[in-house]
Design a binder for this molecule. Structure first.
Ligand SMILES: Cc1cc2nc3c(=O)[nH]c(=O)nc-3n(C[C@H](O)[C@H](O)[C@H](O)COP(=O)(O)OP(=O)(O)OC[C@H]3O[C@@H](n4cnc5c(N)ncnc54)[C@H](O)[C@@H]3O)c2cc1C
Length: 413
């Protein structure tokens, strides 16, 4: 089949690759000048399937409200909120019910475990060499933080995730550069989880896909998608005809799909990252750690340290919030002072997680002839990408996916 993939973020690239593996003739269209320039550009890089959970969780609304006035809050509301944000918040609030949450969490985690398997398969099959390290350490500052983590640990046990609750001395053995002056209660160690550079992986996979015949058209904005797999491109007078079009346009997908009568409640949950070269390797993390209280990840990516976190509903992508960046620097300073060279060449980034109100992404047919979806991966698009892409390619090719994707269709929304 002749297939257009809209979007060359991590979701579009992995989708194009899997479709090419199945023998389709694939064209990727992206408005940016290169791949992975938007949400997939500088994320935290965590691939920790047991921690892939819906944002709509019992107690979350209270947590969001409780953080409103705190300077170093992990969750913020960017004002003014649009009418679309308010509709999204209403749907999200309704999905916070325990039963709904548990069903969505199980669904997401199944996809996340499958996706990690696919990631490893692609990485070894194509001998991709990108910045990555093994192991994930969740740091618990106080006994209260440890108590709050307990329901999550039960979920890890239920999911068969290998982890260990450890004391500070044991944590220090795993991450010897942890600041001895920052007292903490304990940690959770997940040896099978990992951190990887999502953008590098996307660029490498793009090159492989290109060699397999996938055509990439950058600086190409899709202005309209119509039933029957018609695609309008800015600057072209005649729509292009494909046999199928897969919308992987991240946050912008909602605007493309609304005219087709598909009202997708996607909103931006903004986050930040700071990346800096390592000043002294002995003072830097070996892999990824998460400060559970501030929800900030500190990762080793080759010769750089990346600190990422914050969740801001609403607001604008162009306006950096000083307090969110300060939280990242504070957490880095607390755990790994002296690790990064902060005096110059620091990359400060703000990205928009394409978030659906209830959690699981949309993967499959849209209900409109020839239009397919792979979107709404929220805070875990990198961790879910390879599995989502394989599943989409199977559905599109009329094969039974290895993973049951029945719950990821548009009809449940
Ligand atoms: C601070 C932060 C930390 C994160 N940490 C993690 C993490 O640790 N682990 C994890 O798994 N995930 C993480 N994420 C989430 C992850 O980055 C996203 O879920 C993922 O990048 C989404 O990928 P995507 O391909 O759907 O979107 P994008 O990467 O945004 O790609 C969409 C593409 O579509 C293109 N496009 C849009 N509209 C059009 C149009 N009309 N015409 C042509 N092209 C168009 C855009 O140019 C873009 O390239 C994090 C996100 C943030 C912000």
């Amino acid at each position: 089949m002749k297939i257009a993939v809209i979007g060359a973020g991590i979701i579009g690239i992995t989708t194009a690759y899997e479709l090419a593996c199945d023998g389709h003739e694939v064209t990727v269209l992206d408005r940016c000048a290169a791949a992975a320039e938007e949400a997939s550009f500088a994320n935290a890089g965590l691939v920790a399937p047991g921690y892939v959970t819906p944002w709509a969780a019992p107690g979350m609304p209270g947590k969001v409200l409780g953080h409103l006035l705190s300077h170093y809050a992990p969750v913020k509301i960017g004002l003014p909120l649009s009418a679309r944000d308010l509709v999204w918040i209403w749907k999200w609030w309704r999905a916070c019910k325990l039963e709904t949450y548990l069903a969505h969490r199980a669904q997401l985690q199944r996809l996340a475990f499958y996706s990690r398997e696919r990631l490893h398969h692609i990485t070894s099959d194509l001998a991709l060499e990108y910045e990555r390290s093994d192991g994930y350490l969740v740091l618990l500052r106080s006994e209260r933080d440890s108590n709050l983590a307990q329901p999550g640990l039960q979920a890890l046990r239920d999911a068969g995730v290998s982890f260990k609750e450890i004391n500070p001395a044991e944590a220090q053995k795993i991450e010897p550069a942890l600041n001895p002056d920052t007292a903490f209660f304990g940690a959770i160690h997940l040896p099978d989880d990992e951190v990887g550079n999502c953008r590098q992986f996307a660029l490498l996979l793009k090159n492989k896909a290109q060699r397999m015949g996938v055509e990439f058209r950058f600086n190409t904005t899709v202005t309209r998608v119509a039933g029957g797999a018609l695609v309008d491109i800015a600057g072209e007078n005649v729509p292009r005809q494909f046999d199928a079009v897969v919308v992987c346009a991240g946050l912008a997908s909602a605007r493309l799909l609304a005219p087709l009568g598909l009202p997708i409640a996607l909103t931006a949950v903004h986050g930040y990252s700071v990346s800096a070269s390592i000043r002294e390797p002995l003072n830097a993390p070996r892999s990824a750690v998460m400060d559970e209280r501030y929800k900030v990840a500190i990762s080793r990516l080759g010769n750089r340290v990346r600190v990422a976190g914050s969740a801001e509903i609403g607001g604008s992508l162009n306006k950096m919030r000083a307090s969110s960046l300060q939280t990242l620097y504070k957490v880095l300073q607390d755990w790994f002072p002296g690790a990064a060279n902060l005096s110059g060449g620091v990359q400060e980034w703000k990205g928009a997680r394409p978030m659906l109100p209830n959690g699981p992404p949309l993967i499959g047919a849209s209900g409109v002839a020839g239009v397919w979806l792979n979107l709404g991966h929220g805070s875990s698009g990198w961790a879910l990408s390879c599995g989502s892409a394989r599943g989409l390619a199977d559905l599109l090719g009329n094969k039974t996916p290895d993973l049951d994707l029945a719950g990821f269709g548009i009809e449940r929304k």
